[in-house]
Design a protein around this ligand. Structure first.
Ligand code: MN3
Length: 206
């Protein structure tokens, strides 16, 4: 849905991802951080009616076409808005396990095994210097890729479709894990919603 963008519902309770992600972190992350990205994106677009009919993803895919006076705001807050929309969806209580079907095959073909893929994405996310994200994405040629981005940059800005993202900003883990980003990333795998990631993969490949 285009402007004005709305903070989506989480789809589960704040404490639903415990013990891996604690309720207070979820409350602040969704109710404060994601809400701020949403409000700031709306504020940036307020004076640009021609952009108000566009989906946030479309703005990010063509970030260099966004007027210069709001480009940085759309990059940061539009990125934050879209990245977190995906983040809540790709997590679920009782998640984890392994992908099925076409995605399982794609991961095996690309990374050798699911374990090798997990290791690659974990290292990439942990190694992102400062705030950012680790991603599994589909590139323009339909190949699965693992990458990280700084700040709220989205793979959409590189012509890639994000399938799975792990938020490695300190606001995502500091209350429970303090400086132990590797422990957070290891725990996060237990809440991944592979059904959603698999469906996104199949849609993105069409
Ligand atoms: Mn975040």
């Amino acid at each position: 849905m285009p402007y004005p963008f709305k903070l989506p519902e989480l789809g589960y309770a704040h404490n639903a991802l415990e013990p891996h992600i604690d309720a207070t972190t979820m409350e602040i992350h969704h109710g404060k951080h994601h809400a701020a990205y949403t409000n700031n994106l709306n504020a940036a677009l307020e004076k640009h009616p021609p952009l108000q009919g566009k989906e946030a993803e479309e703005l990010l895919r063509n970030i260099n076409g966004v007027p210069e006076d709001i480009r940085t705001a759309v990059r940061n807050h539009g990125g934050g808005y879209v990245n977190h929309n995906l983040f809540w969806q790709i997590m679920t209580p009782g998640g984890g396990k392994e992908p099925q079907g076409a995605l399982a095959q794609g991961i095996k073909d690309t990374f050798g095994s699911f374990a090798s893929f997990k290791d690659t994405l974990s290292k990439t996310a942990i190694g992102q210097f400062g705030s950012g994200w680790g991603w599994l994405a589909l590139d323009g040629s339909g190949k699965l890729v693992v990458l990280s981005t700084a700040n709220q940059d989205s793979p959409l800005m590189n012509g890639q479709t994000p399938l799975l993202g792990v938020d490695v900003w300190e606001h995502a883990y500091y209350l429970k894990y303090q400086n132990r980003r590797p422990d957070y990333v290891a725990a996060w795998w237990n809440v991944v919603n592979w059904d959603v990631v698999g469906r996104t993969y199949e849609t993105a490949r069409k």
